[in-house]
Design a protein around this ligand. Structure first.
Ligand SMILES: [Mg+2]
Ligand SMILES: [Zn+2]
Length: 229
């Protein structure tokens, strides 16, 4: 009797788009930096101007960070102490790489903050799409990356544009926690959400998978990819 061996069907590689602050890290690094080195009560003055439309979010952040007087080393230390990486992230990156999935970080935060966190975790090779910030004792200067024209859905320089540029038609998975993830996450086949993003999606009736750590995300994707491949 002849016996046939059927190789397992190849699993289609995923594009996994992942927010940084509050998603990869347990706390928002920008909040940590402002809390530790920023001017007390400045946000209370900026927020009404922001709400009234006098200034944009970018202008408010520019003013807020101009009052952050700290060296890059001080910033790195504060972030290391107060915004640790969520459990399972390094394992998850390894799993993605072994399975052939592409993981790209899309952040509205700053490359000079994200880089050292990833480097400390041995993950300095990951692709990061972010803005940048130059920290010094004379105040922090923000450098906004080019995100094309404003998004037609949310009217902001949102993450949709940079994601579209890197998306080659794979099944898309999005991981996020906050306002900057609202618009872009709707492009995804599967959304993993927590905190404000989870609340927002629930309110909009959009399905998502809640998560506390990356082991849960990996387990969910492993099960799903096996079934649907
Ligand atoms: Mg976030
Ligand atoms: Zn948008």
């Amino acid at each position: 009797m002849r016996r046939f061996w059927y190789p397992p069907r190849p699993v289609k590689p995923l594009l996994i788009a992942c927010d940084f602050d509050g998603t990869i890290t347990q706390r928002d690094t920008l909040h940590v930096i402002v809390e530790t080195y920023g001017a007390v009560n400045l946000w209370a003055e900026l927020e009404p101007r922001l709400q009234s439309g006098e200034i944009t979010v970018e202008q408010a952040m520019k003013e807020e960070f101009a009052a952050v007087y700290a060296t890059p080393a001080q910033v790195r230390e504060a972030v290391r102490e107060h915004a640790p990486v969520r459990p399972g992230f390094s394992d998850f990156v390894r799993w993605c790489e072994q399975a052939g999935h592409r993981l790209v970080i899309f952040s509205n935060g700053f490359r000079s903050v994200i880089g050292p966190v990833l480097h400390d975790a041995g993950l300095g090779h990951l692709e990061v799409v972010a803005h940048d910030a130059v920290f010094s004792v004379a105040g922090c200067r923000l450098i906004w990356s080019e995100r094309g024209t404003r998004c037609e859905l949310c009217g902001r320089p949102c993450k949709r544009q940079p994601l579209r540029e890197r998306w080659h038609g794979e099944q898309l998975v999005y991981l996020g926690d906050g306002i900057s993830d609202r618009c872009v996450s709707l492009l995804a086949d599967v959304i993993f959400a927590r905190d404000g993003l989870a609340e927002h999606l629930a309110g909009e009736g959009v399905a998502y998978v809640p998560f506390d750590d990356f082991h849960q995300i990996q387990a969910h994707l492993e099960a799903r990819v096996t079934v649907t491949s």
